[in-house]
Design a protein around this ligand. Sequence first.
Ligand SMILES: *Cc1c(COP(=O)(O)O)cnc(C)c1O
Length: 344
Amino acid sequence: MEAVTAVLDSGSLVHGVQHRLFEAEFGSYLGVSHAIGVASGTDALELCLRAASRDTRRKVVTVANAGGYTSIAARSAGFQPVYADVSPDTHCMDPRSLREVIDDDVFAVVVTHLYGRMADVASIREVLRGREIAFIEDCAQSAGARSGQVMAGGLGDIAAFSFYPTKNLGALGDGGAIVTNDDALAYRVRQLRQYGWDPKYYVHMLGGRNSRLDELQAAFLRLRLRSLNEMNERRREIIRAYAAAAPEGVEVLPADDETHAAHLAVVVSNSVERLAIHLAREGIMTAVHYPLPDHLQPAWLDRSAVLPVTEGLVGHVLSLPCFPELEGNEVEAVCSALARYSKG
Ligand SMILES: *Cc1c(COP(=O)(O)O)cnc(C)c1O
């Protein structure tokens, strides 16, 4: 409330001091040279793609099991999404499949750190070595994940974050950010998020528009950022408890260490529908991330994609409640409901 009042009293509501400080603090938390606030995670993806596009190549490789956001961002910018399959163990991009779908028309690869788990970045970089293809990280689910000293968002050429309220670093509404160590990409993104201006009222770049993070969100995010590591540790604790309680035939995807931001507690099972009904009877809400892969979405149905692992996971994943504010007794209630579930 104090932060909100301070913003209202300041009279500055967009791109003021809170926004400047949040950009600096978020960049320093991630160890990157530029953090740039935008209006949402989807905008962040779209502006990353626009900034990375420097010639006539039109294709973007991504995965089809990550909620469709990259497909939507790519299509909004006039690019064509192409899909690599995922690894059955991690549900993240399979580098071997990536190698198979790359051709001369690909200018960018978007790697989603799905459910909070960092993808196999080293192998993906190996596939991209020697090619002029931008490596974009989708960190919407992985704010705070780290591998040694490197944070998710500092591994690729440029990265997109979402601050949608349920994300690990959630705002009071929509918000997003783009981070990069590349000065030229950062400069292009800063133009793109405000109409292509440089300076104000002089349009120097095509593809620009209005995508801004406002002062209230920035002030709130500065406060939340201070407890992000702690909140992520609590999320991992919850997933560890579920993993310990899950019966045979229900596999909880592990989130054991800091390479996993534990955004979602996902179980894999042959009987997720029955499990969801069982949990609902116990008063426990679940969700499916995600029910329909990108290439099969009705708006653009693309039957040319060959994705056996992605399609094989459809109907076999279910997300359990996972957010840091869950009380101990609530986590226990989920655990005992899981333990009581028998495959039958
Ligand atoms: C939430 C999410 C987005 C989109 O973020 P919005 O802020 O809702 O636009 C993009 N990618 C992934 C993986 C997400 O989970």
